[in-house]
Design a protein around this ligand. Structure first.
Ligand code: KIV
Length: 273
């Protein structure tokens, strides 16, 4: 029996996230943006599903996460929620729906929770978004923070390379992580930062850290499902482990279908009425 089959079908909650950290159980998280993928991911025993604004890249083909709208995120999250029975579902607030305006932030978070039935929201940033964090939390909406490489700020960074390698940025990240914990966030994503820094933050915080490109010292890991399944290609950061190469497999299957149709091999006698 696979490890996934042995997992009790008990619904994962923000509370169980904390319990998992306490008992040293690693948290496994993947993205999903649609019903069919979320059904497979949830059924395979994932702890948490992120309806990430990476949908902007993966689903819509944009270069950055900035263009995706709140309405589009809600559409993706509703599709995912219909498929999920066990995993915790976390939804990204997209760019422009929470920065610099805590009232807008609360309104955006309420729309996500009300219209999708998600369990929590995720937002990028530390001290600079504290007012939004506090206002959303005051409405009883759980928040997963996101520090390190924060793709919604790509135009400020100018590059997707590793963050917080220099001491000043590393110290700001540690401070921000404590600010998010103190405010009441239930977890924090650490993206593309040195493993030693992620391990330090993980040890200092009592809430779980979920790493992506942050080494194995975090309390959990998150990957974009389309990346680890090899559906996307031409994107090979060091941190990405590809478990399948579906781009090639799907492409080969489609070429075979085209050949079969052209050669009048499909459908055969058994495939017709
Ligand atoms: O949108 C996303 O997929 C994310 C993960 C990379 C953490 O934020």
């Amino acid at each position: 029996m696979s490890a996934a089959n042995q997992i009790a079908p008990k619904k994962v909650t923000t509370y169980s996230f904390g319990e998992m950290k306490q008992r040293g159980e690693k948290i496994a998280m993947l993205t999903s943006y649609d019903y069919s993928m979320a059904r497979i991911v949830d059924g395979a025993g994932i702890d948490a599903i992120l309806v990430g604004d990476s949908a902007s890249n993966v689903m819509a083909g944009f270069d950055t996460t900035l263009p995706i709208t709140l309405d589009q995120m809600i559409y993706h999250a509703q599709s995912v929620k219909r498929a999920v029975s066990r995993a915790l579902v976390v939804v990204d607030l997209p760019f422009g729906t929470y920065q610099g305006n805590s009232k807008l932030a609360l309104a955006s978070a309420i729309r996500i929770m009300k219209e999708t039935g998600a369990d929590a929201i995720k937002i990028e940033g530390g001290e600079e978004i504290l007012e939004s964090v506090e206002r959303i939390l005051s409405a009883g909406i759980p928040i997963m923070g996101h520090l390190g490489l924060t793709p919604q700020s790509i135009h400020k960074f100018g590059t997707y390379t590793v963050r917080a390698k220099e001491e000043a940025e590393a110290e700001k990240l540690v401070k921000d992580a404590h600010i998010l914990e103190k405010a009441g966030c239930f977890a924090v994503v650490l993206e593309k930062i040195p493993a030693a820094l992620a391990t330090r933050v993980t040890k200092e915080l009592s809430i779980p850290t979920i790493g992506i490109g942050a080494g194995n010292g975090t309390d959990g890991q998150v990957l974009v499902a389309h990346d680890m399944l090899g559906i996307t290609n031409g994107f090979s950061p060091r941190f990405l482990r590809r478990y399948l190469h579906l781009y090639d497999d799907i492409s080969n299957a489609i070429s075979s279908y085209v050949d079969d149709v052209k050669n009048v091999d499909f459908p055969n006698e058994k495939e017709q009425y």
